[in-house]
Design a protein around this ligand. Structure first.
Ligand code: DX5
Ligand code: ZN
Length: 217
């Protein structure tokens, strides 16, 4: 099982995003949080900024859409060149169709679950996905406290994925740091978003490497 560290630029300096991305050269991708002030009570950035990042970096772009009407907007992020597009299942009308559309556009298709959303109702569509994102805080803001109540869902997701025999990644997002990453690994996560822990560090790339070392131990 591979380990991937995908820092969230939500905690980066938005006035110089290009340079911030350069500061995490060891990362496996850049996690980009798109918020629309409807699905979550916060507003961040959208397609033009993703397009600008695409032109600026070769890092894989891991787009996390916290927006309503995901069916309508998600494909545009794949068309913009993002390698991975995550939609919230709570905001998708036709998640199977959307996952297939994202894949047909060449992106990895990923489905996110808020802390109160169970994975079991979606068991039958996990084979349509390349990644499942288990939120470990309520989405909307960086710097929140990790919710231990999300750990059992990581385990259940792994159990549901096992019989598929496919390498579907399990990503966690929210409150991931050197003090919480190990319990997520133990529960079955393999892909880690960290915003404030990475960009709040004096040396963001050293923190990426440190988190990877902890996860791989
Ligand atoms: C929150 C976002 C996260 C956020 C994580 O809704 O999805 O990606 O940036 O920030 P930290 O790591 O600070 O909890
Ligand atoms: Zn995120």
């Amino acid at each position: 099982m591979g380990i991937r560290i995908t820092p969230s630029i939500l905690s980066a300096d938005f006035t110089r995003l290009g340079e911030e991305v350069d500061r995490i050269a060891s990362a496996d991708g850049v996690h980009v949080d798109v918020m629309d002030n409807h699905f979550v009570p916060n507003l961040t950035l959208g397609l033009p900024v993703v397009e600008a990042l695409r032109a600026r970096t070769d890092q894989l772009l891991d787009i996390h859409l916290m927006i309503e009407d995901a069916d309508r907007w998600a494909p545009a992020y794949a068309e913009a060149g993002a390698e991975s597009v995550t939609f919230h299942v709570e905001a998708a009308r036709a998640p199977v169709r959307l996952a297939r559309e994202l894949r047909s556009l060449g992106a990895r298709a990923s489905m996110a679950l808020k802390p109160a959303t169970p994975v079991e109702p979606y068991a039958d569509l996990l084979g349509e996905l390349d990644m499942v994102l288990i939120m470990t805080v309520e989405p909307g803001f960086g710097g929140q406290k990790f919710l231990d109540l999300c750990l059992p869902k990581i385990r259940r997701t792994r159990e549901l994925l096992a019989p598929l025999g496919k390498d579907v990644w399990v990503q966690v997002d929210g409150g991931i740091s050197e003090s919480t990453i190990e319990r997520c690994v133990e529960a079955g996560a393999d892909t880690f978003v960290a915003g404030s822990a990475v960009f709040g560090a004096d040396d963001p790339d050293a923190m990426v490497r440190h988190l990877r070392t902890l996860a791989e131990a």
